[in-house]
Design a protein around this ligand. Structure first.
Ligand code: BES
Ligand code: MN
Ligand code: ZN
Length: 492
């Protein structure tokens, strides 16, 4: 999808040739004398354009307007969230018209509105085609984002570049999130990462079984043992700052399919566990965006990726394994595998002495139960890092809620035969999973994002509205682009 930023007030927009013209109308809209302004004012007056956000009025062949279709859509006070909903509704309403070119008129150059509008057009028109030849690919290929004055267009240049980078990162993460597990194996994810290394300032190394064993990643390797698909450990580097500058490390859970292993999951809904690599996908998407934005920061992406399968060779409940850190783990449930692969990823990340380390993972059903499908959990050992993530959340509208790293509950992980168990029992599942991860980060400023809830959506917007959301991609891009080194290593 090609985005273009252009100066068009409503008068000029009326003579733009596109298949559809979408006009975002704020609650305090002041009409001028042009055709579109009068149309909006009349529609308001007659009660046909409700001022409630996302309410829309479609007009076909409006007099004096070149584009065949006009969609007027209310955005209330114009908050990013409302813009997202409004644009999504407008683009969805155009599905049967299958427009190739859309012009979208924004009321001003606000950064949040611009980003929300661009992302909503891309999300609402997304069609998954990779393994469905009969699916009609979206025809929409050109999107003009129109601002009313030349000064606003000039001032919005950077924000526009960010919006486009977000869209590209999200597209990559969504695409790989949606692919079925047999079309998104660990080796295939590694190829995607190697593809990213074609971009300037991006490098990629892929470790196979031999190298992983050699590094002593016994916890990660134990999970991969039951699968025929060879595991991969992906290392991505984005170098935007001098080599001597400490990096920020992103670790993504890349379980390409989670059967639960010997602690097998129930059959119903198990197919959803193809999304268990969505943390990895968001790290890949972040690198796509970094390569476009070229911020002055060093970022390392670490992705342990494998399948969690039951087999004669698989890890068994009760087995004790040795992690890269040397700490031993009693595996009481092979379905708590995400933390096992992250453990070794976090150990490797901590060795790089980063300014901050963030992991992102579809880790627990407990987080889904606590926060539902529209919010991720965040837990960390450093308030400056958690606060920066919350600020990114505010700017990107990817919602986060902080849960506690409550040290008293560490006792729930105590084991008679190992340094820790991999499960803490039925209570406080997000805290115990985080306390487990915390054992591997040392004094690294660290935060953990649990995206088990928002990894996919059940469908409330868009042309194809079920599937991977790429949640966390925009959050991590924004976090990296605005990162400030925390003053203290540990303070939580
Ligand atoms: N990938 C799952 C978590 C998950 C569940 C993600 C539902 C998305 C939707 C994870 O590997 C898992 O199975 N976690 C277990 C941990 C438990 C055994 C301590 C869980 O949450 O049930
Ligand atoms: Mn599991
Ligand atoms: Zn899992």
């Amino acid at each position: 999808m090609n985005f273009e930023l252009k100066t068009l007030d409503l008068k000029a927009a009326a003579t733009q040739a596109s298949d559809a013209l979408i006009v975002l109308v704020k609650a305090d809209f002041k009409p001028a004398t042009d055709v579109l302004s009068r149309l909006i004012a009349d529609a308001r007056k007659s009660g046909d354009l409700d001022a409630t956000p996302a309410k829309l009025l479609s007009v076909w062949r409006a007099q004096g307007v070149t584009s065949a279709r006009v969609v007027l859509v209310s955005i209330g006070e114009g908050h990013a969230r409302l813009v997202r909903q409004a644009v999504s509704a407008a683009v969805t309403s155009l599905k049967s018209a299958a427009p190739k070119k859309i012009t979208l008129c924004l009321p001003d150059g606000s950064q949040h509105r611009l980003q929300a509008a661009a992302q909503a057009v891309a999300d609402a028109s997304y069609v998954y085609t990779a393994t469905k030849p009969s699916a009609k690919a979206a025809l929409l290929s050109r999107v003009v984002l129109a601002l009313p004055t030349a000064a606003q267009t000039k001032a919005a240049k950077d924000d526009f570049a960010h919006a486009c980078a977000h869209v590209a990162g999200v597209a990559l993460a969504k695409e790989w999130g949606n692919r079925p597990a047999n079309h998104a194996t660990p080796s295939m994810l590694a190829k995607v990462a190697q593809g990213l290394a074609k971009h300037p300032r991006v490098r990629c190394e892929v470790l196979g079984p031999k190298e992983i064993e050699k590094l002593g990643m016994g916890s990660f390797a134990a999970v991969a043992r039951g699968s025929q698909e060879p595991m991969r450990f992906i290392v991505l580097h984005y170098s935007g700052a001098p080599k001597a500058e400490a990096p920020t490390v992103l670790v993504g859970k890349g379980i390409t399919f989670d059967t639960g292993g010997i602690s097998l999951k129930p059959g119903a809904g198990m197919d959803e566990m193809k999304f268990d690599m969505c943390g990895a996908a968001s790290v890949l998407g972040t690198f796509e965006a970094l390569s476009k934005l070229q911020p002055a920061i060093n970022v390392v992406g670490l992705i342990p990726t494998c399948e969690n399968m039951p087999d004669g060779t698989a890890l068994k409940p009760g087995d004790v394994i040795t992690s890269m850190s040397g700490q031993t783990i009693e595996v009481l449930n092979t379905d708590a595998e995400g933390r096992l692969i992250l453990a070794d990823g976090l150990s490797l990340g901590a060795e790089m002495k980063p300014d901050a380390m963030i992991d992102i993972a579809t880790l627990t059903g407990a987080c889904l139960a606590a926060l539902g499908k529209k919010m991720a959990g965040v837990v960390g050992n450093n308030s400056a890092v958690v606060d920066q993530l919350k600020q990114s959340s505010g700017r990107t509208d990817e919602l986060l809620w902080e849960l506690p790293l409550f040290r008293d509950y560490r006792a729930m992980l105590d084991s008679n035969v190992a340094d820790m168990k991999n499960i803490g029992g039925p209570l406080a599942g997000v805290t115990t999973s985080s306390l487990f991860l915390n054992e591997f980060v040392g004094n690294t400023p660290w935060a953990h994002l649990d995206i088990a809830g928002p990894m996919d959506s059940e469908g409330d917007s868009g042309w194809l509205n079920r599937g991977a959301t790429a949640f966390g991609t925009r959050l991590l891009i924004d976090f990296c682009a605005n990162f400030k080194k925390p003053a203290a290593r540990l303070n939580k």
